[in-house]
Design a protein. Structure first.
Lengths: 65, 400
């Protein structure tokens, strides 16, 4: 599983970071990015799905590769 | 005496200051969603009230048609031309559109980043714990006026670099401006108090700069130029106003819920791991803030003929109760896993202090529940403030 944060949609709610700090970084302006290339270790897939489902801006996405 | 004339038809003549609505707006939104999901009133100027999640989010994102230059639905009669006012830009960034919004917001955001907010947690915890100390042995407290109201004002005063000893004065000004906005005398008194205070604080910092938010705003440069005094004053006033009333309301509403729902209270007291989802759920169910937008040009929205100059209430609290967007929308589900709530807004005006507000709400509940796991309403009357920020103002509780 691989995920990304769409920088055009992210408004800095930081819900993803709150739910899964292992997978996301957040900068001083509140913008979230995925750590590394966004590959999610199997043990963290549930957390990644929660981050996707809780983003109020629909900015966290699963990539189909 | 009621503050407003009785409302007979909520679809065509709603009033957010109606006593019944302030105490329980949820039933009104539920009825409107099924019959007239975007309500209208001509009270205090032509204003629209959307009640569905998708509509509120769509309006928040359409910044070309819905401006933030006017965010209050209670009009202020101001004779002074905008360029001659002490605050020519209002309270940026909340009362601004891009491009002003973009750079004023960037000045503020780092002060409320996750990293900074982590640094404010210890003082917040100490503050909450000290407040609990002051009443825990008496068996009773006003959880709103004696606890919730006392917390955010001191944290935000610390961040701004202004004396926390003036907390009660700040709270008075903020209540005058927001809660009593329909009383021109109180509103003007609160606004003058706030403004004159910050004018003096700014003057003092010219010679004695500190390492606080206000000093940094004054000494920031944007495109090689210092920030205009009107922006510094407006932004400082915004931080105080927005940092005080809103979070205090969220803490108070959450304690009201726990006082009146023993099952949830016991569960949260005995399962502290639930706190992260519980905080989001309490924010969803009791979202305090409803800012307005101004219609820029005539536009039809969901069949409604909105005209330039009309106001639209950004009903995020109502959106968060929409059963189309949330299962069991009217129930508080402390472990709700999927919760795309918009308590902090949606789009470019997402609450700049949301990280701080979350931390304050979590710490306030943790410190209260650790010492007072059992409590209930004292039976005295609970009072609510409403309008554009909703929360309890008197919340007497007793504990064994």
């Amino acid at each position: 599983m691989r995920i990304r944060v769409d920088p055009d949609k992210c408004e800095g709610h930081a819900r993803c970071y709150g739910l899964a700090p292992e997978l996301f970084d957040v900068d001083d302006y509140g913008l979230s990015t995925v750590k590394g290339d966004g590959t999610v270790p199997p043990a963290l897939e549930d957390k990644a799905r929660l981050a996707i489902a809780n983003c109020p801006e629909y900015a966290v996405e699963e990539l189909d590769d | 005496m009621p503050r407003t004339q009785a409302v007979r038809d909520w679809a065509t003549d709603f009033d957010v200051l109606d006593d019944g609505y302030v105490a329980d707006p949820f039933a009104v939104w539920d009825r409107l969603r099924g019959t007239c999901p975007v309500a209208h009133t001509d009270r205090r100027g032509s204003t629209w009230l959307p009640t569905r999640y998708d509509d509120v989010v769509a309006l928040a994102h359409d910044i070309d048609h819905f401006s933030s230059l006017k965010i209050s639905v209670i009009p202020v009669e101001d004779e002074i031309a905008p360029e001659d006012r002490v605050l020519p830009y209002g309270l940026p960034p909340i009362s601004s559109d891009p491009p002003l919004h973009t750079w004023t917001r960037r000045l503020l955001l780092p002060w409320f980043s996750h990293r900074r907010v982590d640094g404010y947690e210890a003082m917040t915890r100490q503050l909450c714990s000290g407040l609990v100390d002051s009443f825990v042995d008496t068996g009773r407290a006003d959880a709103a006026a004696g606890y919730a109201q006392q917390i955010p004002v001191r944290v935000i005063a610390h961040i701004l670099g202004v004396p926390t000893e003036l907390a009660d004065t700040f709270t008075g000004w903020v209540r005058d401006v927001l809660e009593f906005a329909d009383d021109p005398v109180r509103r003007a008194a609160g606004a003058d108090g706030l403004l004159n205070f910050f004018i003096a604080e700014v003057a003092r910092r010219r010679t004695e700069p500190g390492d606080d938010l206000l000093s940094e705003l004054m000494h920031s440069e944007v495109d090689g130029k210092p920030v205009d005094d009107g922006i510094v004053l407006g932004t400082a006033a915004l931080v105080l106003i927005a940092g005080v009333d809103t979070t205090w309301s969220a803490i108070g509403s959450s304690l009201w819920h726990l006082a009146t729902h023993p099952g949830d209270r016991r569960r949260l007291a005995t399962e502290p791991d639930l706190m992260p989802t519980a905080v989001e759920e309490l924010l969803r169910a009791y979202s305090p803030v409803t800012m307005a937008r101004e219609v820029v040009e005539d536009i039809e929205f969901e069949g409604c003929p909105m005209q330039a100059g009309d106001k639209v209430l950004m009903n995020f609290p109502g959106a968060n109760r929409d059963p189309e967007a949330f299962d069991r929308a009217d129930a508080v589900v402390l472990d709700r896993a999927v919760n795309r709530h918009v308590a902090f807004g949606s789009g470019i005006h997402r609450c700049a202090g949301s990280n701080l507000a979350r931390m304050e709400l979590r710490v306030a509940l943790e410190e209260w529940l650790a010492r007072i796991p059992e409590f209930r309403l004292a039976g005295d009357e609970v009072t609510w403030a409403g309008g554009q920020v909703r929360g309890p103002r008197r919340l007497p509780v007793v504990f064994p």
